[in-house]
Unconditional design. Structure first.
Length: 217
C-alpha cells in the first residue's frame, strides 16, 4: 500500500473570522483565500506550509443552507463562544480505498467532495467526529485540480512536527502503521482521564510557533 503523508492541518472555529484571527496572532501571517464546501455547509481559508501541505481554517458557513448531516471535524459540537484550536488533520494517500480498509480504526465512509476546481475523496465519520477522541486523521485522495498548496503563496511557514496526545499511544501508533503513515509526527502518552488533542510546531519568519488543540479548562 502506498505511504500516506500529512496533507493539511485543520484549525476549527465557530466562525471563520475568529479562526483567522487566532492563526494571525499565533503565526504572524494572515491566512489567504479559500472557498466553500457546499455539501458540508462550511467554508475555509488557507496557508501554505509546504509544496503539498497547508493549514486550513474551517468553520460553519452561516450563508450556506444547513447540510442535513453532521459537519466534518466536529464543527457542530462547537459552542458559539468556543476557542479556535488545532482540531484535526488529514493524510493524503494515492489509494484511499486500500488505506481505509487497512486502518485499525473506522475512519468513516469515503465520499466525493469538491471546492471550485478541486475534487477529492475523503473519509467522513457518520457523526462528524474523528475517532480516537478526535486525534485520528481523515484520509484524502485528490482527484482533480491539483493540490491547493501549489496555488498558495509561500509565506515562509513550514510544519516541523505534529504532536499527538492520547491516553493510549500504542493504539494511535497501530493506526498510523496500518495506513503506512510517513511524516513528521510524534505520539505522546496522556493520563487516562485526560482528553486527547493535537499540537503542531510551525517554523515561521518570526521563529518557531505552536498551534495547540488542547481543550480549554
Amino acid at each position: 500500500m502506498p505511504a500516506s503523508h500529512i496533507d493539511h492541518l485543520a484549525i476549527t472555529a465557530p466562525t471563520l473570522e475568529v479562526g483567522v484571527a487566532y492563526v494571525r496572532d499565533v503565526l504572524g501571517v494572515e491566512p489567504g483565500p479559500g472557498g466553500e464546501h457546499l455539501r458540508m455547509g462550511t467554508h475555509n481559508r488557507l496557508l501554505r506550509l509546504g509544496d503539498a501541505l497547508y493549514l486550513e481554517v474551517i468553520a460553519p458557513n452561516p450563508a450556506a443552507p444547513a447540510p442535513g448531516r453532521p459537519r466534518w471535524f466536529g464543527l457542530d459540537a462547537l459552542a458559539a463562544d468556543a476557542l479556535p484550536r488545532l482540531g484535526s488533520w488529514v493524510l493524503r494517500t494515492d489509494d484511499i480505498g486500500a488505506a481505509t480498509a487497512a486502518a485499525t480504526e473506522a475512519l468513516g465512509v469515503v465520499e466525493p467532495m469538491s471546492r471550485g476546481a478541486f475534487e477529492w475523496l475523503i473519509t467522513i465519520p457518520s457523526d462528524g467526529l474523528q475517532p480516537l477522541g478526535g486525534v485520528a486523521p481523515a484520509l484524502i485522495e485528490w482527484r482533480a485540480g491539483g493540490h491547493p498548496a501549489a496555488r498558495l503563496p509561500d509565506c515562509g511557514l513550514a510544519l516541523e512536527m505534529l504532536e499527538i496526545f492520547h491516553p493510549d499511544p500504542l493504539r494511535v501508533e497501530r493506526l498510523l502503521a496500518s495506513i503506512s503513515f510517513a511524516g513528521p509526527a510524534v505520539v505522546h502518552a496522556l493520563p487516562a482521564d485526560e482528553v486527547p488533542y493535537l499540537a503542531a510546531r510551525i517554523a515561521t519568519p518570526g521563529g518557531l510557533r505552536r498551534l495547540c488543540g488542547r481543550p480549554a479548562g
